[in-house]
Design a protein around this ligand. Structure first.
Ligand SMILES: [Zn+2]
Length: 360
């Protein structure tokens, strides 16, 4: 049901740029560059809380994190207890797979798969695995249902299988308005517009689900709450990034083909509305926000031919992120990995670095 850009959405995007909003991309929707005049307007925005090495770093982080949580409309408090259930889905010689569900908030049940490797001594590090604009979370566990889905997995999208093969427990969850949580007959773009009207950006709701996934992990005695990562490509990377920015329980974010200056990403190509966060660029550019992850770990994966996240903007953004991590005293905790290809994940490039970060 995903629709190419409509005139209505184009108007929405132009308005969003005018007020300094941003979005993250849909690989499906983002094709045509925006007009140069619009890009010119975008780069004139001066973020209020841009990284500045003259500011006290921790004070700046606290202020910026609070503003980002507010823009994401993350609830101020919630009951950390989480209602959940699990049933055995399958068992092979390398790992077990459980079908799980947990309640993120009233009316929002998050389905997922929890994979546990065999032969690894608990407590296990856990990777929360997020798809972007894909058929759904079953792609993360390598279960393509059609020839097209099977082909898409070859772009490094079976991230939960990659994780469990390397000794991680993998928690693949379905994001709101995607896959099993798609609203019948309504695209994620239209869901996002409706949720914006209600004051809760869809990306903020997805980030909250990741925070509740961390609460769910705490209910599992064999999982290590001190080694939790979150990863995804495209919109999955975007949610991983913001989740790590606002929730310090996440020790690692692997952000693939979804990081860069807003000028070279969200404002460069037309995107699905489901990643828009109103007013964020007035507060900070995406590379400024990277400083919120320090001193934890941030691994940025990019494709030099990515048609959505322009590589010069990735490099510029990494420069800003690197300066912030330097000020935090951990310059090596942010890494940029660049492949020669396009908008996909690059497992062979990323996993050796992921393994060095948390799974020591
Ligand atoms: Zn979308």
């Amino acid at each position: 049901m995903r629709q190419p850009w409509s005139g209505q959405l184009a108007v929405f995007a132009a308005s969003a740029m005018a007020i300094g909003s941003f979005a993250f991309a849909s690989a499906v929707l983002g094709q045509a560059p925006l007009a140069a005049t619009d890009i010119g307007k975008a780069v004139q925005v001066q973020p209020e809380l841009a990284f500045d090495r003259n500011h006290d770093f921790v004070t700046w982080q606290q202020k910026l994190r609070g503003r980002l949580r507010s823009i994401l409309a993350i609830p101020n408090d919630w009951e950390p207890d989480v209602r959940w259930s699990a049933t055995r889905d399958s068992d092979n010689e390398r790992y077990t797979t459980d079908r799980i569900e947990f309640v993120a908030e009233p009316g929002e049940v998050v389905p997922g798969y929890l994979l546990r490797p065999k032969g690894v001594k608990p407590p296990l590090p856990v990777m929360i695995c997020l798809q972007g604009h894909s058929p759904g979370m079953h792609i993360s566990i390598g279960r393509g249902k059609t020839p097209g889905e099977i082909a898409s997995i070859k772009g490094g999208r079976d991230i939960a299988i990659q994780a469990v093969a390397r000794g991680w427990a993998a928690l693949a969850i379905e994001q709101r308005a995607f896959g099993e949580r798609a609203v019948p007959g309504i695209s994620c773009n239209d869901v996002a517009l409706r949720e914006l009207l209600k004051g809760r950006p869809l990306t903020g709701q997805r980030v909250f689900d990741v925070m509740r996934a961390v609460d769910f992990i705490a209910t599992q005695p064999d999982l290590d709450g001190k080694r939790i990562g979150c990863m995804g490509n495209s919109a999955g990377g975007t949610v991983s990034f913001y989740a790590a920015c606002v929730d310090e329980r996440t020790q690692l974010a692997v952000v693939s083909c979804s990081f860069g200056t807003f000028e070279a990403t969200w404002l460069y190509r037309k995107h699905c509305a489901c990643g828009y966060l109103p007013g964020l660029l007035k507060v900070a550019d995406m590379p400024d926000l990277a400083g919120l992850v320090a001193p934890r770990h941030l691994i940025l994966v990019a494709g030099k031919k990515d048609h959505i996240a322009r590589f010069d903007g990735v490099q510029k953004g990494y420069g800003t992120a690197r300066r912030a991590f330097e000020q935090a005293g951990c310059p090596n905790h942010v890494v940029l990995l660049a492949a020669e290809g396009g908008h996909q994940f690059y497992p062979d490039l990323a996993w050796p670095v992921i393994q060095r970060s948390l799974n020591k």
